[in-house]
Design a protein around this ligand. Structure first.
Ligand code: ATP
Length: 513
């Protein structure tokens, strides 16, 4: 655990030191769970967004994008159920005065049992060596089976209690499991209460005519209310999708995990409209497609897993999360939800307008069903960044800090470095920058010895360093150094563009899907 915490602390400080993420309004000691993206962070975030957008919109003939407003008519949130039901169960510790999400306390308790399972598996792996069959071991080892049954019983009871709004039982469960305040160890809890997560504000100036509106807690509703506009003007035929990226706001109860849980964050969502009855097929298909998208970034298959929901949101008939192994354990990165016709029907009822699709093949109108894929851009950022940050032992007994970002996402693709600051080398280096900047984000760095500059670029995540030396003046070749392998090659200046493009081009990465 301590190692995990250390790694997470390193992620947070590295993100600041290398210009990725700053605390919001830091000079005023910050604002809780609100962050700013710095000069490198904004590029990484933009590249992730683009990687998603290209995969979802550009590569799908039947998916188009929109950009709806953050403020929407307040009835939207009545219809969607957010006014009445967008609550989290909160619990306070009477001694520490700290506030927690009751369901998260229970889930964290189960995560601890899961760690025990992982330990058993590791031990057995060592004992049995190559002949070890993990699946069989997990299914038959009495201790592991016992742990798994315990987790299942707890989560299923939590799911039922939350679904039935039986908050007293959630408290009883916490007491029975003897869950203590993670910070102080106290078990002196208040009752569990519901807390609405939407931020409200006023639209308009005068007290009489002003209207209570909300900052959207999800981007999805902007898509639903525009469903028919897009379908008609885009002449879309079912099945088709509408995608959107944008800010969402939630007044989260517990927000202590850096950019994992923020009060202002960005979502990348796609709502896929299908014929009723076919939703299960599309749900399975989108689960698979989205996992492939994640895997295409090469961050390791073992770092992802599906978590099928026991407790469904009020609108869903099936739901799963893609979980990622963050520095603090496996947690939700993306949700895939089969949302039925709940939202469109609710908007029909509340607006009095028909939101139906006329199916020419069936010769009838119906309200489509919806399968949604919803990923937090900031969470994806954290997944990529925390996985990329590595301490590497080198052959000469030194270490280096390297940010092994997938090259397609890296903020700066190459740094051009004159070996020394004279003899005409800076001028040649500048010329290379001038040429490459038409295609890529590149930087110029002439300060310090070249070894230190390499380390700086490694830590900042730049995939290539291009060094200009005296030979360059003779033969127009430079050294290109690869961040991950540290391999150096002599290449012609005129080939640089092609070499870099091959490794950073979205096309070659998405082709791996
Ligand atoms: P959680 O259970 O972690 O609160 P959720 O199930 O409420 O998340 P969804 O409503 O399904 O989340 O939102 C879709 C995605 O948006 C999530 O998978 C996550 O990546 C992202 N997300 C949700 N809330 C936040 C937040 N407060 N900060 C950052 N990202 C978030």
């Amino acid at each position: 655990m301590a190692k995990q915490e250390d790694q997470f602390k390193k992620v947070i400080s590295h993100a600041k030191e290398y210009g990725y993420i700053f605390q919001s309004s830091e000079i005023y000691d910050g604002l809780s769970a609100v962050y700013d993206y710095a000069q490198n962070g904004v590029e990484l975030k933009k590249n992730i967004r683009e990687y998603w957008w290209k995969a979802m919109v550009q590569m799908h003939e039947n998916i188009v994008g929109i950009d709806a407003s953050i403020l929407m008519h307040p009835t939207t949130w009545k219809a969607s159920g957010h006014v009445d039901a967008f609550n989290d169960p909160l619990i306070d510790n009477k001694d520490s005065k700290k506030r927690y999400r009751a369901d998260v306390l229970v889930e964290d308790y189960c995560a601890k049992i899961e760690t025990k399972i992982e330990k058993e598996v590791k031990k057995a792996q060592k004992r049995f060596g190559d002949s070890f069959d993990k699946e069989q071991f997990v299914a038959t080892n009495p201790r592991v089976v016992g742990y798994q049954e315990k987790i299942n019983t707890i989560l299923s009871r939590l799911g039922k209690s939350l679904e039935n709004e039986d908050l007293a039982d959630v408290k009883t469960l916490i007491e029975e499991l003897e869950i203590a305040d993670p910070l102080t160890g106290s078990k002196n809890w208040t009752d569990v209460k519901q807390f609405n997560l939407m931020f409200g504000t006023q639209l308009g100036a005068s007290a009489d005519s002003s209207m209570k509106v909300y900052l959207r807690p999800e981007t999805a509703q902007g898509i639903f209310v525009n469903f028919l506009n897009v379908q008609k003007t885009g002449r879309m035929k079912i099945p088709f999708g509408i995608a959107q990226t944008g800010k969402a706001f939630r007044n989260e109860i517990v927000a202590r995990q850096f950019i994992f849980r923020m009060r202002e964050f960005e979502q990348m969502e796609m709502q896929f409209f299908v014929k009723p009855g076919t939703q299960r097929k599309w749900y399975e298909q989108w689960k698979e497609t989205r996992l492939k998208w994640h895997l295409s970034l090469g961050m390791g298959k073992d770092n992802y897993r599906f978590h099928d929901h026991e407790k469904m949101a009020h609108y869903a008939d099936a739901a799963a999360d893609i979980e990622f192994k963050f520095p603090f354990g496996f947690k939700e990165l993306e949700g895939i939800h089969s949302r039925t016709d709940f939202d469109l029907k609710a908007h029909e009822e509340h607006s009095g307008k028909k939101l139906q699709y006329f199916d020419h093949e069936e010769n009838k109108s119906y309200v489509p069903y919806v399968v949604e894929t919803s990923i937090g851009l900031d969470r994806m950022f954290l997944a990529v960044f925390s996985k990329a940050l590595q301490e590497e032992e080198l052959e000469n007994n030194t270490t280096r800090t390297v940010l092994k970002l997938p090259a397609v996402l890296a903020p700066t693709k190459a740094a051009v470095l004159p070996l020394i600051k004279r003899d005409g080398l800076p001028e040649v280096a500048r010329k290379i920058v001038e040429d490459l900047k038409w295609d890529f984000n590149v930087s110029y760095d002439e300060k310090d010895a070249v070894g230190r500059r390499y380390r700086r670029q490694d830590a900042a995540g730049t995939p290539f360093c291009i060094t200009v030396d005296h030979d360059t003046l003779e033969d127009n070749t430079v050294t290109i150094r690869h961040r991950d392998t540290m391999e150096q090659k002599r290449v012609k200046i005129e080939d640089l563009r092609t070499i870099i493009k091959k490794e950073v081009d979205i096309r070659s990465w998405l082709m791996k899907m």
